[in-house]
Design a protein around this ligand. Structure first.
Ligand code: PTT
Length: 614
């Protein structure tokens, strides 16, 4: 194998309790790079079309990339992926964990987990050089434990020098937005990656890897250290270290994009109580991924006097979105979600949805705006599948709203079934398009267009905005989700992309620049789109459209009172987006695009489902 990659794929079959080490195909490395690229290629090739995401036939993938775990800024990340039980399409998440470091030490680029264990199991993986051992350990004593307690127990058994990801009760009980957890606070895989683990009776993946990552150029260490110094010397670095992402609360309030009352408004009267300065005053410590120099988890004491972690998304979705203007109470809800192993963004969205449904008298025994006690109760009900409402909400807002019926779908805030992250888009059509075209459903990670948009003219529906969106998606997905390192040094303090191109060259000996990464991302995005089309059995523009509320119900407060999205303007932007990606007017990849990206192999399958345009 060429330098940079470990060269091994570890395939584990839970049903037969067998494993195999397979070589990583060099073509796979060059064309798909790592992380998300490896994940989608594997899911496309190996999943039977239309497979039930919670069946043993779904595959759970853990993938790293050629820059993961190297001595460079913030490289302790990995990507988890599977067909999503929340959306029915492609799902992934990028999570910090020591498991990433141990995979790289052992030379494993990807772990593919298939089948279903007969009873609760956790995997323990170790290597001695090329020799691998995989133990299928009984997890009956761990099943039912929250993710924090289970992690402590596992470390008592295997020592602290291991890496792991695991699930809490939400994953075990197949909550559709259950996440995978690591290190008591890292939480990823928003589209139900924890539920996929749960459906496989898999409580944890634990690994102790031995060995070293081989890179093409020994200068990598020096470039990596220089990149760390450059990161720390950025003017915004000291302020970032004080507040991290939480300073976004004040910015979002000012820009009228802070989700409030289930995305009905963009401003919250009590924002200061839950803002970045409030977090800074209350902070007792920070938590971070391994090898991180920009810790983003800010820990405060919650309303139960326990340490609890906060980031912007969590504060907005469990605070302003629910009408809760009290930091310790928000932190408590955040801690419950972390321990149960469920996504805070979706949790805040299902609770906000339930509050609006209660107000509209569409559900019984519901929850009032701002009621943090009932919110905490409902989080536990959802995680344990304990009451009728808890079970309903555990399905996510799309499915819950379908079951309630009436006007409920009009205030279910999702795209493709994934709940929207914390940016109100009544007056941000570009960000609305970013949510609508994100390859996993409404997540902000592929394009955080909103700050650019607010500065450049938020009411415009221009082609320039769409071009910027495509550029952002190409960088965030084509670079950071494939080399698999944290994007924060670039996005939050402005570390130049050129550092990553130099590091990629030093690690792999290969060139990367804006044009190659745009080609790589086009390939990945188009394959992901083909996967959605195959799994949905067709496609229409509706699937790439943000929720009805932003078009129908204008903001009623603040300087942007009256603002709402315009259907025609939005659809113009969507058409430009399709054109730039080489997809047809319905969002389906064209034959010429598939061919130019080397994706000819998807053509026969898609032709059996939809009519492909030239
Ligand atoms: C990410 C999503 C985010 S995005 C946040 S806050 W953010 C929420 N955090 C949660 C949490 O905490 N607990 C919980 N129970 N659920 C949570 N759900 C939400 O999950 C996270 C950081 C962050 S914090 C962000 S933006 C960046 N994301 C990156 C990314 O996507 N790719 C990449 N290459 N680098 C990134 N760096 C940053 O990492 P998901 P993490 Mg995350 C308490 O996983 O599925 O992408 O969801 O995993 O290790 O916590 O890193 O303001």
């Amino acid at each position: 194998m060429v330098s940079g990659w470990g060269g091994k794929v570890l395939r584990i079959d839970l049903s037969r309790r067998k494993f195999a080490i397979q070589p990583l195909d060099a073509d796979m490395a060059f064309r798909y790079v790592g992380g998300r690229g490896f994940a989608i290629k594997t899911l496309w090739d190996e999943l039977p079309p239309g497979v039930d995401p919670l069946s043993p036939l779904n595959k759970f993938i853990i993938a790293v990339g050629p820059l993961t775990a190297l001595p460079i800024p913030n490289s302790g990340k990995l990507l988890v992926a599977a067909k999503s039980p929340l959306t029915g399409g492609y799902g992934d998440g990028n999570i910090g964990s020591w498991l990433a470091i141990h995979m790289r030490r052992a030379g494993v680029d990807m772990i593919i987990i298939e089948g279903r264990a007969e009873r609760p199991t956790y995997l323990f993986i170790e290597n001695k050089g090329e020799e691998f051992r995989v133990d299928f350990n009984d997890a009956s004593d761990l099943w039912g434990l929250d993710a924090f307690t289970a992690e402590d127990r596992i470390k008592r058994i295997h020592g602290t020098d291991v890496g792991m990801i695991l699930i809490g009760p939400a994953g075990e009980n197949l909550v559709r937005f259950a996440t995978v957890v690591a290190q008591k606070g890292r939480s990823g895989g928003r589209p139900g990656m924890g539920a996929v683990m749960g459906s496989k009776n898999l409580k944890a993946v634990v690994m102790r890897g031995h060995g070293e990552v081989k890179v093409a150029d020994p200068m990598l260490r020096k470039i990596g250290l220089d990149a760390m110094v450059a990161t720390k010397n950025k003017p915004n670095y000291p302020f970032w270290m004080r507040q991290g992402t939480t300073s976004t609360v004040e910015w979002a309030q000012e820009a009228s994009v802070l989700p409030t009352y289930n995305f009905s408004e963009g401003r919250f009267d009590e924002y200061e109580k839950i803002g970045g300065f409030s977090v800074e005053r209350s902070k007792i410590t920070t938590r971070s991924c391994p090898q991180c120099i920009m810790a983003c988890g800010h820990v405060v004491r919650d309303s139960e006097n326990e340490p609890a972690e906060l980031d912007y998304e969590n504060i907005a979705m469990l605070g302003s979105n629910l009408g809760i203007g009290d930091l310790p109470k928000v932190a408590y809800l955040n801690r419950l979600a972390d321990m149960m192993g469920m996504d805070t963004i979706s949790t805040g969205s299902v609770l906000g949805f339930a509050m609006e449904a209660t107000e509209k008298k569409l559900i019984k025994d519901g929850i009032e705006w701002g009621d943090h006690r009932r919110a905490a109760e409902l989080i536990m009900d959802i995680a344990h599948g304990e009451t009728e409402l808890g079970r309903l909400l555990s399905l996510g807002v799309r499915e819950a709203s379908r079951r309630i019926g009436g006007e409920a779908p009009d205030f279910a805030m999702h795209v493709k079934g994934l709940e929207i992250s914390a940016y109100d888009c009544h007056a941000a059509p570009g960000m609305a398009l970013a949510f609508a075209t994100s390859p996993i459903g409404a997540h902000h990670k592929d394009a955080w267009l909103i700050s650019w948009e607010v500065q450049r003219g938020r009411f415009d529906y221009t082609r320039e905005k769409v071009e910027k969106l495509v550029e952002m998606q190409d960088i965030r997905s084509g670079l950071f989700e494939t080399i698999v390192t944290c994007r924060f040094p670039w996005v939050e303090v402005g570390l130049e992309l050129d550092w990553y191109f130099r590091l990629f060259k030093a690690a792999t000996g290969m060139d990367m620049n804006m044009s190659t990464l745009s080609q790589i991302n086009n390939r990945i995005y188009t394959l992901i789109r083909a996967f959605w089309v195959r799994e949905y059995g067709g496609w229409s523009r509706e699937h790439d459209t943000p929720p009805a509320k932003w078009f129908k119900k204008p903001l009623t407060k603040g300087p942007l009172r009256g603002a709402k999205l315009d259907y025609d303007g939005y659809n113009r932007m969507l058409s430009w987006y399709y054109e730039l990606r080489g997809w047809d007017e319905n969002g389906i990849p064209r034959i010429s695009t598939l061919r130019s990206l080397g994706l000819d192999f998807v053509i026969p399958q898609l032709q059996g489902i939809v009519k492909l345009s030239q």
